[in-house]
Design a protein around this ligand. Structure first.
Ligand SMILES: [Zn+2]
Length: 165
């Protein structure tokens, strides 16, 4: 009868590498979101008129009524309000962050959704739920059509207001 391994030191070990490649795609809706962000600096969304839901991130079908939203695109300004946030004191490797970073979930105006991003130009003690923020985007020529195009969100009073598309 197999009793399992009770003495780890008795285990034989092979050292080596496993060549593995990953390729994640953003999908049709995600690709349009990123290309719109790169070209225009605004957020592409889809709207289900029946359910009065505007999806951000955009969806190709309504998650409530399953309506086809592939032709229901619109664009919204990259602005919103802090819905919730957390203060991060260490990086991924456990090294202290000085100053600490604030990461927020920002509800985007005119949508039913939002995005997570760093809050910029703010001390943790100055963050307030519901405070208006604008996305800080990479300069147009540096955008690559990825989440890295969004550096973070900054309080609206710091930046000139963007025109609504
Ligand atoms: Zn719907």
């Amino acid at each position: 009868m197999f009793k399992g391994l009770t003495n780890v030191a008795a285990a034989r070990v092979w050292h080596g590498t496993m060549p593995v490649q990953y390729l994640y795609t953003a999908g049709v809706a995600g690709e349009r979101f990123f290309q719109t962000l790169r070209r225009k600096g605004v957020f592409a969304v889809t709207t289900c008129a029946e359910c009065q839901v505007t999806y951000l991130p955009p969806r190709l079908y309504c998650e409530r009524c399953f309506a086809d939203l592939s032709e229901a695109w619109a664009e919204v300004a990259p602005s919103g309000r802090v819905h919730t946030y957390t203060v991060v004191h260490e990086d991924q490797d456990g090294r202290p962050l000085d100053p600490p970073q604030v990461v927020a979930f920002v509800r985007i105006d005119g949508t039913s959704g939002g995005l997570i991003g760093r809050l910029l130009h703010l001390r943790p003690q100055d963050v307030q739920v519901e405070m208006p923020v604008d996305a800080v985007l990479a300069p147009p020529r540096r955008r690559r059509g990825s989440m890295d195009d969004i550096a973070g969100f900054a309080p609206r009073r710091v930046l000139p207001r963007r025109p609504t598309p």
